[in-house]
Design a protein around this ligand. Sequence first.
Ligand code: ZN
Length: 128
Amino acid sequence: MTTKATKTDARGRVQPLFKLVCKECNTTFSGNARAVFCTPGHKRAFHQRNQKRGQVMMPLLLAWRGGRGQKETSKWAYGEMCRLADLWNAEDRAAGRAPQTAYAELKRRDYWTANDYHYNSERKDELK
Ligand SMILES: [Zn+2]
């Protein structure tokens, strides 16, 4: 990520622009330091695809973890998760998408943890 240019925002403040790589289409674009996608459409496509994949993967993940990888169903779930991950990674490569590791790297760099998700979920419940 390097500073390329600047832009003036709606309040007249000069903002630096960074040269970034879109986590959907894997192409270079200019944006603020926290931008992840080159367009709102690519952000939507990325998250919609992951939501669909997550609906398939989540029961398998919980079954695998629930059996600690020891019980027969748990072992089966692990194998199916690996097959799906290989299939989806190949689909992403064939479509020219950025690897999911690029997105995960952003989360890791932001020190995101599962505890953050848990805390935010509880906060949302408190606000209802
Ligand atoms: Zn893009």
